[in-house]
Design a protein around this ligand. Structure first.
Ligand code: ARG
Length: 652
């Protein structure tokens, strides 16, 4: 059920008799911001003023007389310049809520036009430990996949892991020259991660040595430019002030870049061991790239190393997914497409889309200055090539109708070029979507890191969440005259609360925005948190326990729902709007619209509690009606959370 769509469908006929452009007008029928304007508001009379050459109020009156809403709404009202305020009939709400009793789907029927959607998410680069950035893709992607399925679409989730890129050459190089065999035997993934960081560090060191002199020179030039400008020029002149500001900013940016390179050099200089390694491997960047291209060209030794490394890396990833309770239908990494890469490049060349550019093979997409490199000078294929081959596979073999890429917004340019190239190449009618998201920041407003400077690993983050949640669960249960939870139940609930807290904290932000990672906010027991929703759920379970009412029997009983006070009405209506939340999420793949529904629902619930007693309701019928409402709220919270990959517990 989607009340909004139902109302819009009633307006469609009458509107189409007035104009051809109905869709944008229907979109102007929205839920009201304020309940004093009714439950829904239709603002479509205003834009018709020019078309019909009539006053909007007059048009609004005309629409009201034409649209048949009598079963659904009380008489519609025209307000202000021509808004139409609609208030649903109490009988309609009561009847509808009656019909969804015991229904976890709140009357949402599967879509009639189901699409096959491939959701590419999580997709970390292996051999680097997963960090909080990968969490976003994993959690957002999982929620979107669940909600698409709930709505009735066919979904294939695919973890497109990075197991074929430059980082593998770096690991192979690191393994050949720096491996600590006993550390590798003990924990291969940790050792590979160390090797990766080491090769990265040495590569950055040599690069810093190379570019620093140029940066110093640029800074001197800019400083001279500034000195000259400062001694001439008119401080009253706006253009001049703008120029000074610009140069100063450039100097500040240069200073930042210089500082960062100096730090890179200092870190190596401070350690005799690193210094020695840096001196012994001056050409490390090129040689690691060469290892990648050898791997791509089928070199048997590199392939053997890859075969050895990969299972351990996958095992480490799967440990995280098990803990996150996230599953994939497919885990087809970049390497799965190796056999297709040569033909992708030759096909692009044949179609004259890819051309030689300084020895590399590139596609130039109109309107973009950056080339889309599909084969490097040394013969290695790229992220672009594997992504094109992946599209070919998804369209041809999987019959995907839509492909979603849940990936950091910093990759926007890559996806723009990818979709444009794929459309020019073979697949113009395919629907592609980069579902992008922002960065997780620390309290210092920089990407979230631990004190030691590492990006926080995901496993330790999950551990900490569960530990913190455990304290909440312990405190809660210890406060009871008779604790309800055994040791193992406390541990189970702590997992549910900790994991839920982390997921919800991520999902309740609009995905585009960066957000600050904050433990206290995340596990706060009130506000927009999973913990609060989980509490609300457990509290309802507590009511049923206390009153010894079997929840299942409620859905079968012949009692009816009574809406005697505005708080009951508001709660019932909010529950009926569950379907709107599902559709809202899917209209632009924004899971925070589901958390918004949960927050609103919990708000309605607490207003309901403050005016309506369940246990001491005035009549047995009213008590029964309120129990039915409570049961439905519990179902709503449970279903809403489960669509976000979050569980509930009956006792917390
Ligand atoms: N492995 C990439 C990264 O960690 C993300 C891959 C996203 N999916 C894709 N088909 N490009 O940045």
């Amino acid at each position: 059920m989607n009340i909004l769509y139902l109302i819009r469908s009633r307006f469609r006929g009458p509107l189409s008799r007035l104009t051809d452009e109905v869709a944008p007008l229907l979109a102007m029928i929205r839920p009201s911001q304020d309940s004093k304007f009714g439950d829904y508001q239709a603002n479509c009379a205003m834009p018709l003023k020019k078309v019909l050459n009539k006053q909007p109020r007059e048009i609004a009156e005309l629409l009201i007389s034409e649209v048949d809403l009598s079963d659904l709404c009380e008489s519609a009202e025209v307000a202000g310049p021509g808004f139409i305020n609609l208030r649903l009939r109490n009988e309609w709400i009561a009847r509808s809520i009656q019909s969804v009793r015991g229904d976890d789907r709140f009357g949402c029927v599967p879509v009639t036009e189901s699409r096959h959607v491939v959701v590419d998410f999580s997709s970390p680069n292996v051999a680097k430990p997963m960090h909080v950035g990968h969490l976003r893709s994993s959690v957002i992607g999982d929620a979107i996949a669940r909600i698409l399925r709930f709505a009735g679409h066919r979904v294939t989730t695919d973890n497109h892991i990075g197991d074929w890129g430059t980082q593998f050459g770096m690991i192979i190089y690191g393994y050949r020259h720096f491996v600590d065999p006993s550390a590798y035997a003990k924990d291969p993934v940790a050792e590979l991660a160390r090797l990766y960081r080491l090769v990265n560090q040495l590569t950055d060191f040599h690069n810093a040595k190379l570019v620093l002199p140029q940066l110093y020179e640029q800074r001197t030039e800019k400083q001279t430019q500034l000195d000259q400008a400062e001694s001439s020029g008119d401080p009253e002149d706006k253009k001049y002030r703008k120029l000074l500001k610009g140069v100063r900013r450039q100097i500040a940016d240069l200073a930042d870049a210089i500082k960062s390179h100096e730090n890179t050099i200092a870190a190596v200089d401070e350690s005799p061991e690193l210094q020695e390694q840096a001196n012994a491997h001056p050409d490390i960047a090129r040689l690691s790239r060469q290892e990648t291209s050898k791997l791509h060209a089928g070199d048997s030794e590199n392939q053997a190393l890859w075969d050895e490394f990969l299972p351990a890396c996958l095992k480490a990833l799967n440990r995280v997914y098990d803990r996150l309770e996230i599953k994939f239908d497919l885990t087809l990494g970049e390497s799965a497409y190796n056999a297709r890469l040569a033909s992708v490049v030759s096909s692009l060349k044949e179609k004259k889309l890819a051309v030689d550019s300084d020895g590399a093979t590139c596609v130039f997409v109109e309107g973009n200055t950056a080339p889309f490199i599909v084969q490097k000078t040394d013969g290695a294929y790229t992220y672009a090539t594997t992504d094109l081959a992946t599209i070919e596979h998804r369209v041809r073999e999987l019959d995907a109708e839509e492909i979603l890429y849940v990936v950091d917004k910093r990759q926007e340019e890559h996806f723009q070029l990818l979709f444009a190239t794929a459309s020019l190449w073979e697949y113009p009618d395919q629907s592609y979507r980069h579902v992008s998201f922002g960065t997780v920041m620390g309290a210092d407003n920089k990407p979230y890191k631990t004190r030691s400077g590492d990006v926080v690993g995901l496993e330790s983050l999950l551990d900490e969440a569960v530990q913190r949640a455990r304290r909440i669960v312990d405190e809660n249960d210890d406060r009871r005259a008779e604790p309800l939870l055994s040791e193992s139940e406390r541990a189970r609930v702590a997992k549910i609360v900790g994991l839920g807290g982390i997921k919800y904290a991520d999902l309740h932000h609009n995905r585009d925005s960066d957000y600050i990672f904050d433990w206290d906010k995340m596990l706060a027991t009130s506000g927009d948190t999973a913990t609060y929703m989980q509490y609300a759920y457990a509290r309802i379970c507590g009511i049923f326990r206390k009153l010894k009412v079997d929840r299942e029997s409620l859905s079968n009983s012949s009692d009816v729902v009574l809406l005697t006070v505005p708080e009951e009405r508001a709660l019932a209506l909010q529950l009926l709007r569950f379907g709107e939340a599902v559709d809202d999420v899917l209209s632009d793949y924004r899971p925070h619209l589901m958390t918004a529904w949960l927050l609103e629902t919990s708000g309605c619930l607490s207003r309901f509690y403050s005016t309506c007693s369940v246990q001491d309701a005035e009549t047995p019928e009213l008590r029964q009606s309120r129990l039915i409402l409570c049961d439905l709220v519990a179902r709503g919270i449970r279903t809403g959370l489960s669509l976000l990959g979050i569980k509930t517990a009956d006792v917390m």
